[in-house]
Design a protein around this ligand. Structure first.
Ligand SMILES: [Fe+2]
Ligand SMILES: [Fe+2]
Length: 450
């Protein structure tokens, strides 16, 4: 395809996508640009197998021709692609009119609706588009995930500060935050769950709130409770907000609490319930109130025997226990994911945690949960950064120590399911503390292919 045809393709794709929201399907303003796209591609694909629109270093490139200067539709198409994480659209010989229509619908689909389908690739796949392939900018997504996580944490910091002053803001911002987390989670659960391993001593409470929100959201997905997904996540994120009414000296006290201090600490679920009520988040009141009451009702606060147990509360309880033992916090050893799972199983067998939700949670984490430190048959040491649903024993790793035991300054990425040369496999798990490794240092590193 020459530069002029490429330019036409871009202009017509953008025009067609913009027309989607303005005109009904059979209107000429929609059918004509679509027809022009089809014609350009037909001509090009009679001479070549594929034609591709690519974003390369912030420029649109069609079949190798970069467009340095803007022209009608170029900025629009660039934005449409970027907003949907598309870095390459490849049209193959045999592409049909229906497939082009689906592609244009994708370019016009609001990104928040796209999240319901997964990502752009899932969207095309689910609609049986075979002759258009797309490539996604995963790195972009990674950056976005980190940004959303950080924003969520900032929200919690603000909320905590306000609540300490006795100002209870409306829950709208909480909902918006959870909505963003939900979108990212459906685009890439691995990325979001990976971020729960980010931790630092100073921000324990804030990280913990966001993490429990993310875990609860992922659990709702896993349990097929998608209608209530965001409410369940919201309950997880706000479960401990009542701690803002407990004196900070008690919250931060190292070591054992006195009986009186413990009494005050135990009131935090009731305070949380009051606060979310004041935030107008009435649907999550029961869930936050019950996050410590236990499946056997032996925890706190005491529930009246006629009161039904709240499922979101039971889900939060599982996520809460796991996150509070596996994240870094002052005066407490950080348990490994395997130890975290053992603690869950213990609390399931003593009746504190709901057995069904505990099992679902453990299944969701997989045999090597994100954040697990593993040793390979090659002698290398890696940290699990992404779960592989089909082959649980072949997760994606960041290699942090080479076969000779040297710590790598820039960790290498290794996908155990997709390796070249002599295949490496996991032979055991390790305690990162023993090796002087901090998991959180690795989960947000840029990929360096290895
Ligand atoms: Fe709590
Ligand atoms: Fe908690």
């Amino acid at each position: 395809m020459d530069a002029r045809q490429g330019q036409q393709l871009i202009t017509q794709l953008a025009t067609a996508a913009k027309a989607v929201h303005l005109y009904p399907p059979e209107h000429p303003a929609r059918t004509q640009p679509l027809q022009r796209v089809a014609t350009v591609l037909e001509q090009a694909l009679s001479r070549q197998a594929v034609a591709a629109v690519v974003i390369q270093e912030d420029l649109l490139v069609v079949d190798g021709n970069p467009y340095f200067d803007p022209f009608p539709g170029s900025d629009d198409l660039f934005d449409f692609m970027r907003e949907r994480q598309l870095v390459r659209i490849e049209f193959q010989h045999g592409v049909t009119g229906a497939e082009l229509r689906t592609m244009i619908a994708l370019l016009a689909l609001p990104p928040e609706d796209l999240a319901n389908w997964g990502n752009a690739r899932d969207y095309l796949e689910k609609q049986h588009v075979e002759h258009i392939l797309v490539e996604l900018d995963e790195e972009d997504l990674e950056q976005r995930a980190l940004q959303v996580y950080t924003e969520a944490k900032r929200y919690i910091v603000d909320l905590w500060r306000e609540a300490r002053l006795g100002n209870i803001p409306h829950g709208d911002r909480a909902r918006a935050t959870m909505n963003e987390l939900g979108q990212l989670l459906s685009q890439d659960p691995n990325l979001m769950l990976g971020l729960t391993m980010l931790s630092d001593y100073d921000n324990y409470t804030f990280n913990h709130s966001v993490n429990v929100g993310v875990f609860a959201l992922a659990m709702a997905d896993e349990l097929g409770m998608s209608a209530d997904k965001e409410l369940i996540g919201l309950g997880g994120m706000l479960h401990d907000v009542g701690k803002t009414r407990v004196p900070i000296e008690i919250i931060n006290k190292p070591g054992k609490l006195t009986d009186d201090e413990w009494m005050q600490m135990r009131r935090h679920p009731e305070y949380s319930a009051e606060i979310v009520q004041q935030m107008q988040l009435h649907d999550i009141v029961d869930g936050v109130l019950q996050h410590h009451c236990g499946y056997n009702r032996k925890g706190y606060p005491e529930l009246s025997p006629t009161k039904e147990l709240s499922e979101p509360g039971q889900i939060t309880a599982v996520c809460d226990v796991y996150d509070s033992v596996t994240t870094l916090r002052p005066y407490q050893r950080q348990f490994t994911p395997q130890e975290g799972i053992e603690i869950l199983l213990k609390q399931k067998s003593n009746g504190h945690l709901n057995p069904k939700f505990t099992d679902t949670f453990i299944r969701m984490l997989g045999i090597y949960p994100i954040g697990t430190t593993v040793r390979l048959n090659s002698g290398e040491v890696g940290i699990v950064v992404a779960f592989n649903r089909e082959h649980e024993d072949q997760p994606k790793l960041k290699i942090v120590r080479d076969a000779r035991g040297n710590l790598l300054r820039i960790p290498l990425t290794l996908d155990l399911a997709n390796q070249e040369g002599r295949p490496r496999r996991i032979v055991g798990t390790l305690d990162p503390a023993v090796l002087g490794i901090r998991i959180g240092d690795y989960v947000d590193q840029r990929d360096k292919q290895g």
